[in-house]
Design a protein around this ligand. Structure first.
Ligand SMILES: [Zn+2]
Length: 219
């Protein structure tokens, strides 16, 4: 099993790969032989030995069975950008190149576009931008070299930490266990003090998404 951005790739047999994307969230659970499938499951893979793998999508999602030899032409995954968890790929140079190409856009928009970097959603972007001292609407062209370095490190450390903790408390792993990531710096902390300066954290609208910011630390 491998992952790229929000997509999981499972080689089911020598010729078929199952591609799964939970969209805005959901459960993908493994079931041992004899265990019933959850009542809310919307799709499932039943294995010959009696085990199963079920999916439930909160809003939307994708389950695609693709011939492994044709994976490169699967449009939704072929266009994915840099993998921030791949140290060899997500280098500072590669990151700089992406920001250079998108310098007219707001930094949050650039980071969330899966064609640029695959895997940053609206949950984890909040503390990433806070760690770099960047307002979500900062024009990418105005992000300094120092800020780019801090931002690059923040993306890696934030995603790595979330991964190690198994995601958020309302998310579950393959074995139905909840995640342990809960200590946001500013994310979802509207009205509470900024952990650095004490200024009240604000929730603002940024395009089609909500952002949580410290108006003093993020400019
Ligand atoms: Zn602050």
């Amino acid at each position: 099993m491998t992952a790229r951005g929000k997509w999981v790739f499972m080689q089911l047999d020598p010729v078929v790969t199952l591609l799964l994307n939970l969209g805005m969230g959901g459960e993908a659970l493994f079931h041992r032989k004899g265990e019933p499938l959850p009542g809310n499951c919307q799709s499932a893979v039943l294995f010959e030995d009696g085990c199963a793998f079920s999916q439930h999508f909160w809003w939307f999602g994708y389950v695609h069975a693709v011939k492994t030899a044709e994976l490169a032409s699967h449009a939704m995954t072929a266009s994915l950008g840099l993998d921030p968890l791949d140290d060899g790929e997500f280098t500072l140079d590669a990151f700089d190149k992406v920001l250079q190409e998108k310098k007219r856009s707001a930094i949050k928009t650039v980071l969330m576009d899966q064609k640029n970097i695959a895997g940053i959603g609206n949950v984890y972007i909040q503390d990433i931008l806070f760690a770099a001292g960047l307002h979500p609407l900062r024009k990418t062209a105005d992000v300094t070299e120092f800020e780019r370095r801090v931002l690059h490190a923040a993306i890696r450390s934030q995603l790595q930490r979330a991964l190690e903790l198994g995601g958020l408390a309302y998310e579950k792993d393959l074995y139905d266990q909840p995640g342990r990531f809960k200590d946001f710096l500013v994310g979802y902390r509207e009205g509470k003090p900024c952990p650095v300066c004490g200024t009240v954290v604000q929730k603002i609208r940024t395009g089609s998404t909500a952002s949580f910011i410290c108006p003093h630390c993020q400019t």
